[in-house]
Write a protein that binds this ligand. Sequence first.
Ligand code: SF4
Length: 79
Amino acid sequence: MKTLNRLRGPRVSVDNDRCEVYGICVWEAPRLFQLDRDGRLRYRRQLTETDFAQAAAAARSCPMQAIMLRGLSEVSADE
Ligand code: SF4
């Protein structure tokens, strides 16, 4: 089971070598991802816990699997 790492906080990053700027993440999580006038992807790196579900949806929908979420830690099921 995954939980949020409360010490470092959830964070998002995008691998620019993979991202083809399809913009699907912008539709999935418009508060977190935006396309600027130059067609470059901008995104908020630090997430709140309430943003995390949207960021996870964006990561799942990215056809290039370019979105990475960090700040999760593994805990065993009996904790
Ligand atoms: S959905 Fe993925 S490939 Fe498309 S803009 Fe977002 S990060 Fe880039």
